[in-house]
Ligand binder design. Structure first.
Ligand code: TEU
Ligand code: CA
Length: 627
């Protein structure tokens, strides 16, 4: 009993000490970063050219966004401040201290713009207005000021492959064939339909991401328009210089307000195939592969960089849909002046087959992905690390083990360890720092997402699969799993909303067990552990610029790798990460005669401080050592 109390006091002290240290370290590092960024600006460009090698760290040009830990906020589900059941900007402002304490230093805000919400804000009606459900521009300014006051930064979502069909450009565009905005979008005549001449067939065989054809017939001008996503998301015609000019102007509008960059939605899709020919049967197996490699993609991104990005100290991350790892450097090589980094989906989709079907995967396959990243991306590229977001299942449900409370906690911590120690800027999705889980969906009417609703029509009503099969797959991989409200406390609706009515999407029933308030008082919580893992990441540049080496690539159960950094005139940084990916304990002999030194982080309380050549790993054991 006394021992337990003592241990709790020690742990609590550690937690508070950690909070204090991590804030100090973060502030100190931010000062360093600011001065480095200034130097970079003085030397003229944001690229590598003109950099003298002395200012490089392990060959990489130091940048604040390389050293950042990013936290994604999905505003609709973060915090409702006014009781209407919908999260909002004032709700985010309320929790800035929570984010500061967690140790993240960049916030990525999913779309906050005026929108009819066919796709929860990824269909924008007015790029210069805040969605009224989320608040006002004054609320945005207050939130941004609060972020800056805490020495954090904000990047916003840039959704410019398409707009809403309610955007005034499209309202004009669809009004007549000779409207000046007609050419802002893709309008085409249909193909003759002998069976029903009044209703032509779509101009080509492009499918939409959200089921059905990517072409929508418009009765008033008797033409089709192109929409890769929902019918209410018409694709912009980037080949029109006026479109590019308007997009660049709206980007400047937000940058001039002080935002620190953009996450760019499906950005490789902006350059369409000339003439829009049919996809071949081979291309139909993966349309984004072709769509992402249009002839003007890099030209348009370079123009964007020249006209907008190069004039600000910003971070950019593109959603690399349709792009292979090998193709990425075209977009992210700093000498090409396009984007800083992209999200590559190889890891997050390792367990995914067609649509929401499950595919078997092995640990060596996952390791091979990260190994390829390390060898394909060079010193003038930069990588991202993420295993969840608003389009994917909950982190721990997808890659960990939720079969028992103990395994859920351990496996969530193991994955956080991995995210904070692999190569690249890490991204955390809201709620994953609490180990939130998938929602127990039982019926199709529990889903809100247009992707699920449209797929239901096509697949179940179209007789391609049974309702039960469809629900099972959507429960496993549907996007609403990650969009259920943040679980702040055990108050009704998890403290997300004070609304008497239900929130816009149901709260996961496990909120009395899994919530931020509870985890704040528990020194062994996933929340506290994530905070420690982030602090460790910030404290050692080896986790940012260091070399990565997988020391046991074939091992089917243990993932073990090193991150090392040797800088002239400084002590070597050498870290060893060991992750037991499963519930089976193992006596693990380190390969290559390696010897683990002092423990820097462990997800099981009581893990011995000293390492050695053989480690006794428990279920979902995760450790970081010096070596
Ligand atoms: O997602 C694009 C994208 O990759 C999705 O099609 C994704 O693969 C699929 O939904 C997973 O099931 C971006 C946004 O992140 C997403 O939320 C939007 O719906 C989409 O673009 C359209 O803007
Ligand atoms: Ca609200």
């Amino acid at each position: 009993m006394i021992w337990r109390v003592k241990r709790t006091i020690v742990l609590l002290a550690r937690v508070f000490l950690f909070a204090a240290i991590s804030i100090d370290q973060t502030l100190a590092q931010q000062n360093i970063r600011a001065s480095k960024t200034e130097q970079t600006e003085k030397s003229g460009q944001t690229g590598q050219a003109g950099q003298d090698s002395a200012s490089l760290v392990n060959g990489y040009e130091p940048m604040w966004w390389k050293e950042a830990v990013v936290y994604q906020v999905y505003p609709r589900s973060f915090q409702d401040s006014n009781g209407d059941g919908i999260g909002d900007l004032n709700g985010i402002t309320q929790h800035l201290d929570y984010l500061k304490k967690l140790g993240v230093n960049v916030i990525w805000l999913s779309p906050h713009y005026d929108s009819p919400n066919a796709d929860n804000g990824y269909d924008i009606r007015d790029y210069r207005k805040v969605m009224k459900e989320f608040g006002t521009m004054a609320d945005f300014d207050r939130m941004l000021a609060g972020i800056k006051a805490r020495h954090m930064r904000l990047i916003v979502d840039l959704v410019v492959n398409h707009t809403s069909d309610e955007h005034h450009w499209f309202v004009e565009s669809r009004s007549s064939k000779d409207n000046p905005y007609r050419d802002y979008y893709f309008w085409r005549d249909g193909k003759p339909n002998p069976a029903d001449p009044a209703h032509p067939l779509p101009p080509n065989n492009y499918p939409s991401f959200f089921s059905g054809s990517a072409w929508q017939w418009d009765e008033s001008t008797k033409q089709f328009y192109l929409h890769y996503f929902a019918v209410k998301q018409p694709d912009l015609n980037w080949d029109n210089p006026k479109v590019r000019e308007d997009v660049f102007a709206l980007m400047k509008f937000w940058l001039d307000k002080g935002v620190d960059g953009f996450r760019m939605d499906v950005i490789p899709l902006i350059s369409k195939q000339p003439g829009l020919p049919d996809l071949t049967p081979e291309q139909l197996k993966a349309p984004p592969r072709l769509w992402a490699n249009g002839p003007h993609r890099d030209e348009y991104l370079q123009e964007m960089n020249r006209e907008v990005l190069s004039k600000y100290d910003v971070m950019t991350v593109g959603e690399a849909i349709g792009i292979t790892l090998e193709e990425e450097p075209k977009i992210i090589n700093s000498q090409r002046h396009e984007l800083n980094m992209v999200f590559n989906f190889d890891a997050v989709r390792i367990n995914r087959g067609e649509f929401y079907s499950e595919k078997k995967w092995t640990l060596p396959q996952l390791k091979a992905i990260y190994d390829r990243h390390a060898s394909v991306l060079g010193k003038t590229d930069w990588d991202t690390v993420f295993l969840s977001n608003h389009d994917n299942p909950r982190l721990v449900s997808n890659f960990g083990d939720t079969s028992t409370a103990e395994f859920r906690v351990r496996s969530a911590k193991l994955i956080e360890t991995m995210l904070m120690t692999l190569r690249g800027t890490p991204f955390i999705y809201q709620g994953d720092e609490l180990g939130m889980t998938n929602f127990p969906f039982k019926r199709v009417d529990q889903f809100n997402d247009i992707e699920v609703k449209n797929a239901y029509e096509e697949k179940v009503l179209g007789g391609k699969m049974t309702e039960a099969e469809f629900i099972a797959e959507s429960q496993r991989f549907g996007r609403d799993n990650s969009r259920t409200p943040m679980q702040w406390s055990d108050a009704p609706n998890a403290g997300f909303t004070a609304a008497a009515a239900a929130p816009w999407l149901a709260v996961n029933p496990n909120y009395p067990e899994i919530n931020a308030a509870k985890e704040q008082t528990d020194p062994d919580s996933i929340l506290h552990y994530t905070q420690e893992a982030i602090a460790l990441h910030h404290a050692h540049l080896a986790f940012v610029y260091g070399d990565y080496k997988d020391i046991d690539p074939e091992n089917p159960q243990v993932y073990a790798y090193t991150r090392t950094l040797n800088e002239a005139g400084k002590p070597d940084q050498r870290f060893l990460v060991v992750l037991n990916f499963g519930e089976k304990p193992v006596e693990y002999a380190l390969p290559e005669g390696l010897k683990a030194g002092k423990l820097a982080l462990a997800n099981i309380p009581g893990t011995p401080e000293a390492g050695g050549m053989t480690l006794r790993l428990g279920a979902w054991d995760a450790r970081v050592y010096s070596f």
